[in-house]
Design a binder for this molecule. Structure first.
Ligand SMILES: Cc1cc2nc3c(=O)[nH]c(=O)nc-3n(C[C@H](O)[C@H](O)[C@H](O)COP(=O)(O)O)c2cc1C
Length: 346
């Protein structure tokens, strides 16, 4: 039996950026055999939650409107996609009405799929905004994550598109529709959808672009990457091109920390068991990467660098020039590190 993917359109604007992206994501899901349905929230009659509290004891909402037929859809759809514009750094009222009315599902959450099965239900968020500062997306993310969690849906990622003001402007945004299609397909296949904006006070100032999705067998030393810096940060790069080396701080978004505090570096049993923080393992509580790279070239807001051990799509947190005071020629290191240093001390 094919799985069902429900797409919620938060924008009141038909054939706008979000509808175009949502249609692509649903087509991607369909290409993987899913049955899809689109709900245009603006066309629905949804009364605002009255906080009457009755659902707290029954798990049922007493208001009679279109939500009566939406609740079963929300419960039964295998996967969910919410596509919405940013309105005043928040969700449009149409989307917020629906989310608030899910209070009864929160109240009756024991009736939702058992937590063990909930990882089978996956959610994708698509957001567009006219401004290009990624910070404006942050306030919505917590709301949407809470909404998905209430439905027992595992949040699998977001596609964020800034700089989209006019209706349909996304058609001229290189690769946007393709990314939405791919994300819809990945949602059904259960694959990683892409970088999650870190739920931390860090805001990416840019993104790593290269062809690496896994570590190259020959090591990172000679690999080249581009650091694509957000347009509003570009002037802050001025002067960096006078340095031969940079320190890149980045968020290792695909690292998986599972509470381990002792590890064998690089997972090699012949290495001594050491404290996690005495290693360079990416799987740490705050997966912050820090690497000194060679700056090859700056072209506007794109820096071409050599030797960065980060995958394509990695969020960049900060860049600093490498100074002579960063060099400590006689620094002490244990024996096992010296053996590993050629390939990085994971
Ligand atoms: C009422 C309203 C509030 C908005 N607030 C913001 C905002 O806070 N930040 C922003 O970058 N864009 C804001 N926008 C612009 C929309 O997010 C942007 O045009 C979006 O791409 C529209 O998507 P759509 O074509 O699917 O409707 C706002 C637009 C409207 C109509």
């Amino acid at each position: 039996m094919s799985v069902k993917v429900l797409g919620l359109l938060g924008s009141p604007r038909r054939k706008g950026n979000n509808e175009l992206l949502l249609d692509q994501a649903l087509s991607g899901a369909q290409s993987e055999g899913a049955k899809v349905e689109k709900m245009v929230l603006n066309d629905l009659d949804i009364t605002p939650c009255q906080a009457c509290g009755q659902c707290l004891s029954t798990g049922e909402c007493v208001i009679r409107d279109d939500m009566e037929r939406i609740y079963p859809e929300l419960k039964l759809a295998q996967h969910l996609i919410l596509a919405s514009p940013v309105f005043f750094l928040s969700l449009p009222a149409q989307a917020k009405l629906l989310i608030d009315r899910c209070q009864c599902l929160w109240a009756g959450r024991n009736a939702l799929p058992h937590p063990e099965r909930s990882t089978q239900r996956r959610g994708l968020l698509i957001l567009t905004a006219s401004g290009s500062d990624l910070r404006q997306f942050q306030p919505l993310l917590s709301t949407v994550r809470a909404f998905f969690a209430t439905l027992g849906i595992t949040y699998r990622g977001e596609l964020l598109f800034g700089g989209l003001e006019e209706r349909g402007e996304v058609l001229h945004h290189p690769g946007a529709l393709e990314r939405a299609f791919e994300a819809g397909a990945k949602l059904v296949k259960g694959e990683e959808i892409g970088p999650l904006l870190p739920q931390t006070p860090f805001y990416p100032i840019g993104w790593v672009r290269n062809s690496y999705r896994e570590a190259p067998p020959e090591g990172w030393e000679r690999t080249e990457s581009e650091l694509v810096i957000e347009p509003e940060v570009e002037p802050a790069l001025d002067g960096l091109e006078d340095f031969s080396h940079l320190i890149v701080l980045f968020w290792m978004h695909s690292a998986k920390y599972e509470g381990q505090v002792k590890i064998h570096p690089q997972g090699r049993k012949e290495m001594p068991l050491v404290g996690l923080l005495a290693s360079r393992s990416p799987h740490r509580p705050n997966p912050i990467g820090m690497t000194v790279v060679r700056l090859l070239e700056r072209q506007g807001r794109v820096l071409r660098v050599r030797g960065l051990d980060a995958f394509d799509g990695t969020p960049i947190i900060d860049l600093k020039p490498y100074l002579s005071s960063d060099e400590i020629p006689d620094a002490k290191r244990p024996e096992w590190v010296r053996g590993l240093e050629k390939g990085g001390i994971g």
